[in-house]
Write a protein that binds this ligand. Structure first.
Ligand code: NAD
Length: 430
């Protein structure tokens, strides 16, 4: 077994491909977006992630990474396919399965002609029941073959963090293999048993049924998001008492029943996963007439948190505000559900001028938030961004900010960038 296909070549697909390559496989990345395919084949990663960019360049050159729009060619020349297409939110918070359905249908059509055993694994985040009740029936309908015979089905959720995608995909804490049957799961177990991290600790390889694997992903993200909103709520109280919440949560995290991670206060969580996954989970509760009190509270704290930054900056009555950082976290150009959008929206609503700076995410911001982008000045030069403004809000902890010599004007920190206290700097929870 040497070649694996990734169906959908976005953040998850490319990062997964790189991890497979580094553990001995060749990969074929399929996408319906011709520009993405062209870019990957030229060695240019279609998104920004430091560990991934250089490896896309290297592996496209030596052909271990190859991209195509031809799904048939990819499937017929590989042993397993990982579905990594997007599962965006619908208006009601539930996930839109149109890309999953389309991909399953197309894969099914190819499986009809495939002679050798092939495993289709869903890597996209999908609500419990999707692989069994939607993907599998579509594969059977369009292949005209029963799943489990000439092809297998697995659900193999992805847990990587953007910005750390390379590290996470190479060093997973756990690899969950939801299997239709043992034969399907064996193929994935064999693939992953090549991973150095699995050789070191085979216990990270976990087998479940298809639906449990789907639920593990949601429960995992929901608990991480809960830790963040909980820390924000504690941070809001610390602020009232003049307590440094980072000192408090550092000690809380030392309890070995907890962990020090995801206890940082700030303007809340954004990105393509947490907000979408929590909304999707909440939509399931609503569908089943069940209460989702904790999830509701987690999302409500997260909705309010960016406004704390605006409330604080308003104390200085600024006319022009520099908002530093557009991406939802450092070292990525991803602005999906970034909390910065809520800050900019409110500042504009209150009649302020906004200069927004980001080293990577200006183009993605223009694409995803055109209605905000045209009303503000977008800058990729930090010095120019903070020149002639009345106040600053730090919204993303990009590393360039750490050693920058800031002007002596009010600075509201929505993330913890400054280690030492400064008279002109105020944190939203510290
Ligand atoms: P993305 O939007 O960056 O990439 C999805 C890609 O799929 C796009 O390039 C799109 O053109 C392509 N696509 C859509 N339909 C296709 C089809 N029929 N055939 C081939 N390609 C098709 O999305 P992403 O961030 O990579 O997320 C993908 C999935 O992985 C989602 O379910 C997400 O929740 C999950 N996930 C993402 C991350 C992350 O860090 N981004 C982490 C864990 C899980």
């Amino acid at each position: 077994m040497r070649t694996l296909s990734l169906i959908g070549s976005g953040y998850a697909g490319i990062a997964t491909a790189i991890s497979f390559i580094e553990n001995g496989y060749n990969t074929i990345c399929v996408d319906i977006d011709e520009k993405k395919v062209e870019s990957i084949n030229k060695g240019i990663n279609p998104f920004y992630d430091p560990g991934i960019n250089e490896r896309v360049e290297k592996y496209a050159k030596n052909k271990k990474l190859r991209a195509t729009t031809d799904l048939k060619e990819a499937i017929l020349n590989s042993d397993a396919s990982f579905i990594c297409v997007g599962t965006p939110s619908k208006e009601d918070g539930g996930i839109d399965l149109k890309y999953i359905k389309e991909a399953s249908k197309s894969i099914g059509k190819v499986l009809r002609y495939n002679k050798k055993y092939h495993v289709v694994a869903v890597k996209s985040t999908v609500i419990p029941g999707t692989t069994k009740d939607i993907v599998l029936p579509l594969l059977e309908k369009y292949s005209k073959k029963k799943a489990g015979k000439s092809y297998g089905v697995c659900m193999n959720p992805e847990f990587l963090r953007e910005g750390n995608a390379y590290y996470d995909s190479i060093n997973p804490d756990k690899i969950v293999i939801g299997q239709l049957d043992k034969k399907s799961g064996d193929v994935l177990r064999k693939i992953y048993s090549n991973f150095e991290s699995v050789k070191k600790n085979p216990e990270i390889l976990i087998t479940t049924d298809l639906t449990t694997a789907e639920m593990i992903k949601y429960a995992n993200n929901a608990l991480l998001a809960t830790k963040i909103s909980f820390s924000n709520e504690i941070g809001n109280l610390c602020k009232k008492f003049g307590i440094d919440t980072y000192e408090v949560m550092k000690m809380v995290g030392m309890d070995n029943r907890l962990s020090p991670k995801f206890l940082a206060s700030g303007i809340g969580f954004g990105g393509s996963c947490f907000p979408k996954d929590l909304e999707a989970l909440r939509a399931i509760y609503a569908d089943l007439n069940e209460d989702s009190d904790i999830l509701d509270a987690v999302l409500e704290v997260n909705r309010k948190q960016p406004h704390k930054a605006v409330d604080l900056v308003n104390k200085y009555d600024p006319e022009v505000v520099a908002v530093l950082g557009l991406s939802f976290k450092p070292d990525t150009d991803d602005v999906r559900k970034t909390r910065v959008a809520a800050i900019i929206d409110r500042l504009l609503d209150e009649g302020k001028e906004v200069v927004a700076w980001d080293p990577f995410a200006i183009e993605t911001f223009k694409k995803d938030y055109p209605e905000l982008a045209y009303k503000i000045i977008l800058e990729n030069n930090l010095k120019r961004a903070v020149k002639n403004v009345d106040a600053i809000i730090i919204a993303t902890e990009h590393s360039e900010l750490k050693n920058f010599k800031f002007p002596d004007i009010p600075i509201i920190e929505g993330r913890r960038v400054f280690k030492n206290k400064k008279p002109n700097v105020e944190g939203i929870c510290w």
